[in-house]
Design a protein around this ligand. Structure first.
Ligand code: CTP
Ligand code: MG
Length: 231
């Protein structure tokens, strides 16, 4: 039997949110961000099990949250995350059962990504891709600046994409990417590319936005309320 697991890096501090608690525990409409993220992942039919990398001091608290909010029959493993996102993903990767052959990596901070985006990236890996990531065209004008703030020209944005999660990987390729890692990368697709893996970009979702700054909580609350109203 082979199966698909989802890894959720959720161990970050949320410094840019500035709420004084780990971002994954930040409530949105009364429910922690991490619980919103887990609901979406557990709703994806392909996902058989989830491994969460929790803030190191909050492992038991996250286990309690999972027990209180999620009555799902799918297993949710909780491990302590590391000092970087990459280390947190590696920690969660370390507890996967042997029969898992496809891995989804999904930021707790992108808690409102639709379940069908999970299915899209998983299906593309099952169809043979090493790594599949969602991306959206960049909407702002991007300009290079020197250290003195002087403008160094505008970047052509036609071939730029803002990359999101959920990202899906062949487990063996993702493990090889982590084993070969030298620098900290901001996502797992970058690790896979460093070892020569091919990364496919599919169309992302506005709803897969990352809760990063306080203004993002305004959008998150409005989105949850809108979903509640429309069922
Ligand atoms: N993450 C993690 N372990 C870390 C750092 C980050 O698991 N040591 C996770 C975060 O919990 C988040 C995702 O990686 O779900 C994306 O990171 P980011 O948006 O940067 O979250 P934080 O690091 O918490 O935020 P900040 O950088 O503002 O402190
Ligand atoms: Mg961070």
């Amino acid at each position: 039997v082979v199966s698909t697991a989802a890894l959720v890096p959720a161990a970050g501090r949320g410094d840019r949110l500035g709420a004084g608690i780990p971002k994954a525990l930040q409530p949105v409409c009364g429910v922690p961000l991490l619980v919103h993220a887990l609901r979406a992942l557990l709703a994806a039919p392909s996902v058989a099990l989830v491994a969460v990398a929790a803030p190191p001091g909050d492992v038991q608290r996250v286990r309690d949250l999972v027990a209180a909010h999620l009555g799902d029959p799918k297993p949710v493993l909780v491990v302590a995350g590391g000092p970087s996102r990459q280390a947190s993903v590696a920690a969660a990767l370390g507890v996967l059962p042997a029969d898992v052959d496809v891995v989804v990596v999904h930021d707790a901070a992108r808690a409102f990504a639709p379940a069908d985006l999970v299915e899209t990236v998983v299906a593309a890996v099952r169809a043979g891709a090493d790594a599949v990531v969602p991306g959206l065209p960049v909407t702002d004008t991007i300009r290079r600046v020197g250290l003195d703030g002087r403008g160094l020209g505008t970047v052509d944005r036609a071939d730029l994409r803002s990359v999101q999660t959920p990202q899906a990987f062949s487990r063996s390729v993702l493990e090889a990417g982590h084993a070969a890692a030298v620098d900290e990368e901001t996502d797992d697709a970058a690790l896979v590319e460093r070892i020569g893996g091919r990364v496919v970009v599919v169309v992302g979702s506005d709803e897969a936005f990352k809760v990063t700054r306080p203004i993002d909580l305004v959008l998150a609350e409005a989105l949850v309320r809108q979903r509640q109203e429309t069922g």
